[in-house]
Design a protein around this ligand. Structure first.
Ligand SMILES: C[S@@+](CC[C@H](N)C(=O)[O-])C[C@H]1O[C@@H](n2cnc3c(N)ncnc32)[C@H](O)[C@@H]1O
Length: 243
């Protein structure tokens, strides 16, 4: 018999991972509701659509948020990680745009966390000093006795400039594990696959969709052993424009 003092925390077995190189919108349309899944994603910014006006991108963003939310089963959650932008002297609040979509579909906001990108109190002249992390569900409600921090001091390591930080991924995946019966994470805009790698480390299965062949390849290979400070992939600061 092993005493508590000598009990070693066993890492859960790695979850399975599938990455589709495809258009997320067509892929989501073809799926219907994703039973047994929760979704965690960061949808593309207007900077990724050079031919769109800001108004066209906002319309695309709200419609795509609706599509993502509509694929979440009632016993799952959809978590968005997004950073606002400042454009033409206006502030574009992506949290607000997603909330518009969620309200129309009858999904409730379970929590809204602020993830610091720069130390509080500092001034940023480009992108804001924080990102939003918003969690929605149609059927589930938050259990206040299981609350976690509303403000994350940092997002954690990233593999590229548009990547979601490891700490933010961990908070999102742990929420799914501890508060829903769903055991597969779907990221329809998976980029390098940070969400997928963290989900797998926690024993969750993961499905990613990514339009860029290069990023889809990275997302299949990315390893993010929890506890390591650095992600298991070469940093990628190049523009990465391959479709
Ligand atoms: C904000 S990044 C996601 C970053 C990701 N969370 C990570 O940690 O690497 C958005 C991603 O969506 C991809 N993307 C843009 N349009 C897409 C589409 N129609 N279908 C699938 N992926 C798309 C981009 O190539 C980009 O990698």
């Amino acid at each position: 018999m092993v005493s508590d003092e000598h009990r070693v925390e066993q890492a859960p077995p790695q979850g399975k991972r599938t990455v589709h190189c495809a258009d997320a919108l067509a892929w989501l349309e073809a799926q219907g509701v994703l039973a047994g899944c929760s979704l965690i994603t960061s949808m593309p910014d207007v900077s990724e659509f050079p031919s769109f006006t800001l108004a066209e991108w906002k319309d695309w963003f709200v419609r795509t948020a609706s599509l993502v939310l509509s694929r979440c089963p009632d016993d799952g959650v959809t978590i968005f990680f997004q950073t606002d932008i400042k454009k033409d002297g206006t502030w574009v609040d992506k949290g607000y745009l997603i909330q518009k979509a969620a309200e129309q579909l009858g999904h409730s906001l379970l929590w809204h966390k602020v993830v610091c990108r720069a130390p509080p109190g500092g001034v940023t002249f480009g992108r804001p000093a924080y990102s939003h992390m918003l969690c929605f569900s149609r059927g589930l409600r938050a259990d206040l006795s299981k609350s976690t921090a509303d403000v994350l001091p940092q997002a954690g390591e990233v593999t590229w400039t548009r990547g979601m930080g490891v700490q933010a991924c961990l908070v999102a995946c742990r929420y799914v594990l501890d508060n829903t019966p769903t055991r597969t994470i779907v990221d329809p805009f998976c980029g390098h696959g940070t969400v997928l790698a963290v989900a797998n480390d926690l024993g969750l299965d993961a499905v990613g969709v990514e339009l860029s062949r290069k990023r889809a390849r990275k997302a299949r290979a990315l390893r993010m052993p929890l506890g390591d400070s650095a992600p298991g992939s070469e940093p990628d600061s190049e523009p990465d424009r391959e479709p």
